[in-house]
Design a protein around this ligand. Structure first.
Ligand SMILES: Cc1cc2nc3c(=O)[nH]c(=O)nc-3n(C[C@H](O)[C@H](O)[C@H](O)COP(=O)(O)O)c2cc1C
Length: 260
C-alpha cells in the first residue's frame, strides 16, 4: 500500500474475527518495522512480548483488563505487549560509539569516541539516568515512535490493530517481566470483523488550532489544495460517522453476544 493510504486507512479496530489467526510472518513484519524506528542514542528503550490470546488462562486474561480495555482484548487473537526500559541510556556510551564507527555520527558534527566519553556520557546520558522521571519520558517517546511504525506496518499487511491499556502489575506477573522493564501498552492484532474503515476517520481538532507558525498561537495556514491532494491520494478520508455505523455496531454486538 502507498504510505499515504496506510496513514489514511489506519483506525483503532475494536472488533476482530476471534477465530482467524494472524500469520507469524505478519507478526514478524510488525516487529521488524518497530525495530527500525529512530532511537535516541541508538539504545534499546523498547522491547516487546508477543502473546497468543488463547495461550493464557481466562483468569490471567481478565486480570489484564482495565476500564478502557474490555471486549477488544477477548476478540483479538494476538497481543503485543510493548515494554519500555528507562535504564537503556546505560548502554548509550557503547551504542553511540557504534554509530561513530559506522560513520553515522561524524567528526564534522563533533563526534568521536572521546566526545562520547568526555561530553555526551557525563552531560547528557548520566543526568537522564539519574532522573527516573526524565528517563521514563524519553523511553515513552521511543515507544511511541516504535509502536507507530508497528501500527502502520500492521495496516499495510491488511490487519486490524489498536493500542489498548493494560493492568501493568498483572502483566508483569503473568508474563515474568523483569523489574527494570515497564509494560506500557498492548497492541492488538487480528483480522477486522468491522469494516476496516471502522465508520470513518475519527474526529480531530482543527489543523490551525494545534499547529502554529513562528510563534505559539499563530496558526500554520492550511492550504486547501494540499488537503484536496491528500484526499485524492487516500490519506484524508471520509470522516466518522458513516451513515450506517450505528447499524454496523449493533450487528457486530449481536454477532459477538456483546451489550448493544
Ligand atoms: C497510547 C494509546 C492508548 C490507547 N488506549 C486505548 C484504550 O485503552 N482503549 C481503547 O478503546 N482505545 C485506546 N486507544 C485508541 C484511541 O482511543 C484511538 O486512537 C482514538 O480513538 C482515535 O482513533 P483512531 O486511532 O482510529 O484514529 C489508545 C490509543 C493510543 C495511541
Amino acid at each position: 500500500m502507498e504510505f499515504k493510504q496506510v496513514v489514511g486507512r489506519r483506525r483503532s479496530i475494536r472488533y476482530y474475527l476471534p477465530f482467524r489467526p494472524v500469520e507469524r510472518e505478519k507478526v514478524q513484519i510488525v516487529l521488524e518495522a518497530a525495530r527500525l524506528s529512530s532511537r535516541a542514542v541508538n539504545a534499546d528503550f523498547v522491547q516487546a512480548i508477543v502473546v497468543d490470546r488463547d495461550a493464557l488462562s481466562e483468569e490471567d486474561r481478565e486480570s489484564l483488563k482495565t476500564p478502557t480495555t474490555t471486549a477488544q482484548l477477548d476478540l483479538a487473537p494476538v497481543w503485543i505487549f510493548w515494554l519500555i526500559d528507562p535504564t537503556a541510556p546505560r548502554i548509550g556510551q557503547t551504542s553511540l560509539k557504534q554509530l561513530v564507527d559506522v560513520g553515522a555520527l561524524t567528526p564534522s558534527h563533533g563526534w568521536s569516541h572521546a566526545y562520547v566519553d568526555n561530553v555526551v556520557w557525563p552531560q547528557v546520558l548520566q543526568p537522564i539516568l539519574a532522573d527516573p522521571g526524565t528517563a521514563v519520558l524519553v523511553a515513552g517517546v521511543e515507544a511511541g515512535l516504535a509502536i507507530n511504525q508497528a501500527l502502520l506496518a500492521a495496516v499495510d499487511e491488511g490487519l486490524g490493530t489498536q493500542l489498548t491499556a493494560l493492568n501493568a502489575a498483572n502483566a508483569k506477573r503473568v508474563l515474568d517481566i523483569p523489574d527494570h522493564l515497564i509494560p506500557i501498552w498492548i497492541q492488538l492484532l487480528g483480522y477486522p470483523a468491522e469494516d476496516p474503515e471502522a465508520g470513518g476517520q475519527r474526529p480531530r481538532s482543527p489543523f490551525e488550532q494545534i499547529y502554529f507558525e513562528g510563534k505559539y498561537g499563530h496558526p500554520y495556514e492550511r492550504d486547501e489544495m494540499v488537503v484536496e491532494r491528500l484526499r485524492a491520494d487516500g490519506m484524508i478520508m471520509s470522516e466518522a460517522p458513516f451513515p450506517w455505523r450505528k447499524e454496523e455496531v449493533r450487528a457486530l454486538s449481536r454477532m459477538f453476544g456483546l451489550p448493544e
